[in-house]
Ligand binder design. Structure first.
Ligand SMILES: C[S@@+](CC[C@H](N)C(=O)[O-])C[C@H]1O[C@@H](n2cnc3c(N)ncnc32)[C@H](O)[C@@H]1O
Length: 209
């Protein structure tokens, strides 16, 4: 049997449960993690630094480590930070930062200035910890720090040759959910900074032209 056929069988077997669940939801957003991970891989830049806000249990951090030269991940929940850092300690190209993305994104960008290309995955927001069954870091009315994060990123746009910024959960950006801004604001931000944008599977992708 050809290697590709075997790979497809293995992939299908591994992901059958989440794909079936997605089908039950009529393929509505959010897409399963495996699909989101494909979008991330498709938007990777060569030899880049990846920065992730919101480490959580490190599923995406692990993926980023495998496709990047270096990955910096930021988490404000102490338990999640320590737990994931310990779990992924064998992956030597990951730097784990503990604290608020609104402060640490600057540290991460600053330390990455020797890279030509950077990819940023903005995913820091209030969510339910599915293992501890409690809310993760963040407060009512400040559930997402996206606008502050974008303000910081803006200052660094000219410092890298290529930048891809991936904003997860874009379906929530409709002004009616928590403190999420309307998508239009993000579109305006892209226009102002001459970035192209598109939306794939609940992830908004902003690229330096
Ligand atoms: C949706 S989860 C991240 C999922 C993870 N990126 C993944 O793909 O598996 C959001 C995470 O962001 C963290 N978080 C929320 N607000 C934050 C902030 N301002 N700074 C850093 N982390 C934050 C939460 O504690 C939570 O672990």
């Amino acid at each position: 049997m050809a290697v590709n056929t075997l790979k497809t069988i293995f992939w299908t077997f591994k992901n059958i449960k989440s794909i079936k669940n997605w089908k039950k939801r009529q393929f509505s957003p959010p897409s399963p993690e495996v699909i989101k991970h494909k979008i991330i891989i498709n938007n990777n830049l060569e030899n880049c630094l990846w920065i992730e806000t919101g480490t959580y249990y490190g599923n995406t951090t692990k993926l980023l480590s495998g496709i990047s030269k270096k990955t910096i991940t930021i988490e404000a929940d102490k338990y999640l930070h320590e737990n994931t850092k310990k779990k992924l300690r064998y992956l030597k190209n990951i730097e784990f930062l503990y604290g608020n993305s609104e402060n640490l994104l600057l540290t991460a960008l600053e330390s990455g200035l020797n890279y030509k290309n950077v990819c940023i995955y903005l995913d820091a927001h209030l969510c339910t910890d599915h293992i501890r069954q409690k809310n993760t870091f963040s407060h009512k009315n400040s559930e997402t720090s996206i606008l502050n994060e974008l303000q910081l990123v803006e200052k660094y746009l000219q410092k890298f040759e290529k930048i891809n910024i991936l904003i997860d959960d874009i379906r929530l950006f409709d002004k009616n959910f928590q403190n999420y801004p309307n998508k239009k604001l993000i579109v305006d931000w892209c226009d102002k900074n001459q970035l192209s944008w598109s939306i794939e599977h609940d992830i908004m992708i902003c690229r330096k032209l």
